[in-house]
Design a protein around this ligand. Structure first.
Ligand code: KE4
Length: 432
């Protein structure tokens, strides 16, 4: 931990709870203190003490092209010279919306918002309105942002801090969120058997990224889709993290899903506050001012953010995505090979350009598996990587990401560091 970062952190703790503006940044789950970042460039971060790191957090996913990429920077500069915000429709929101629809044809209509939280919160409000029902099904370890309905059995920072649920949730709301084990088709069938007429919608990360990376079983997703169809509940896929990450067309492409509603974020803003919810027009047309479901936002569709999002998507072509995916696979297979060499029980799980690592002796298929992974070992791994210039997500319950800016040299360098770390921690008597 550098001197300058430490000084900034002492000051920040006087201003912000825990010294941060989002809990996962506090490094609480892995020990140590957060680094204060000066700048980013390509695949690298530079902290305020001049240390550089190969960055696998990439602002928790948005920077799929890398940091400070010319095409995005120039699009933002051009837009900002014309004004920062109009509070009125602008051609730029149309351009990004049309690009999204071109890539995701099931997005018959959509609404831009400023965060994934807003997107998912709005999606379930819409589901409740169109069905006249109250209950929402989510899955243990999935994280859909911090609106009240979702802070029950949530992953990401909630799990990292060991909070079963958040404090401050209205008691009346808690029973409306039904939490089931991830990848458990039987549990989904059972709850629909007894409560189908009360279920407004089911929301799921088709590749879970907030308990570490856990891909859904295809049958699990098919069961959800079928039961929603059969009982007129809405099938909502949360692609805030997996959109344009788990596959070129997101997790919906990976699993050939046609959800009623989808939530997007992160990549579609290219590092600026952009998210969206959308899907079938028959549902989206219930959103004000057309329909009775109110949803709004001062900066929704902000022209600068729209420009950043569009430039990011235009920089992410099919071939570029395939190249990034191949590099991710090389990295993950390399780590798996090193774990084998040093006889460390490590599971590396990945899809597209997102990945995570568990200190566990069998594949991790749900939140309980993730919770039984060796967390102390993960914290040790994280700290050692950081001292050797690798910026890995500071929680077992997060995903890591690659960008188009990550080179083969970055991968080689990362594997060299991980080999040093595994050698250092390998060979120990394994306390599982
Ligand atoms: P935001 O409100 O943070 O923009 O998005 C919420 C959200 C919704 N759905 C999924 C699948 C998500 O992963 C997220 C946010 N992801 C976390 C990282 N796991 C954001 C990082 C943070 O909380 O600081």
């Amino acid at each position: 931990m550098g001197k300058q970062s430490s000084e900034y952190f002492q000051e920040a703790k006087k201003l912000f709870p825990g010294g941060v503006n989002s809990p996962v940044r506090a490094f609480k789950a892995v020990g140590g203190q957060p680094l204060f970042i000066e700048s980013g460039s390509g695949s690298r971060l530079r902290d305020v003490d001049g240390n550089t790191y190969i960055d696998y957090v990439l602002s928790w996913g948005p920077l799929v092209l890398g940091h400070a990429v010319d095409s995005v920077q120039s699009a933002v500069r051009e837009a900002v010279n014309l004004g920062s915000s109009f509070g009125a429709p602008s051609p730029r929101e149309l351009a990004l919306g049309q690009e999204l629809q071109r890539r995701l044809p099931f997005l018959e209509k959509m609404r831009f918002v400023n965060s994934g939280t807003e997107a998912t919160m709005s999606a379930i409000r819409l589901a409740r309105a169109v069905t006249g029902r109250e209950n929402i099904i989510k899955f243990e370890g999935c994280y859909h942002g911090h609106s009240d309905s979702f802070l029950i059995g949530a992953g990401s920072g909630v799990a990292s801090l060991g909070l079963a649920d958040s404090a401050g949730l209205p008691a009346a709301l808690i029973p409306e969120t039904l939490v089931l084990p991830y990848n458990d088709s039987e549990a989904v069938k059972a709850i629909f058997q007894h409560h189908a007429s009360e279920i407004a919608g089911v929301i799921v990360e088709a590749v879970a990224g907030n308990m570490g990376l856990i891909p859904a079983d295809r049958a699990f997703l098919e069961t959800i889709a079928l039961l929603c169809e059969e009982h007129s509940s809405l099938f909502i896929v949360d692609e805030v993290m997996t959109g344009f990450r788990a596959a070129y067309g997101g997790a919906c492409e990976l699993y050939q899903l046609q959800p009623d509603l989808v939530c997007l974020g992160k990549v579609i803003g290219g590092g600026f506050p952009v998210a969206a919810f959308g899907g079938k027009a028959c549902y989206m047309d219930q959103i004000a001012p057309l329909g009775p479901v109110y949803q709004a936002g001062t900066l929704s569709g902000n022209p600068i953010a729209m420009a950043a999002g569009l430039a990011t998507l235009l920089g992410l072509g099919v071939n570029a995505f395939a190249e990034m995916e191949a590099r991710t696979t090389r990295l993950c297979q390399g780590i798996q090979g090193l774990a084998k060499k040093y006889q460390l029980p490590v599971q590396v799980q990945w899809r597209g350009s997102m990945f995570s690592l568990f200190f566990a002796d069998k594949p991790v298929q749900n939140f309980k598996d993730a919770q039984s992974a060796n967390y102390e070992q993960f914290a040790n791994f994280h700290q050692l990587l950081l001292t050797k210039g690798i910026y890995w997500a500071p929680s077992q319950y997060e995903s890591n990401f690659l960008s188009l800016a990550h080179t083969d040299r970055d991968i080689e360098q990362t594997l060299q560091v991980i080999e040093e770390v595994f050698r250092k921690i390998g060979g120990r008597v394994w306390e599982s």
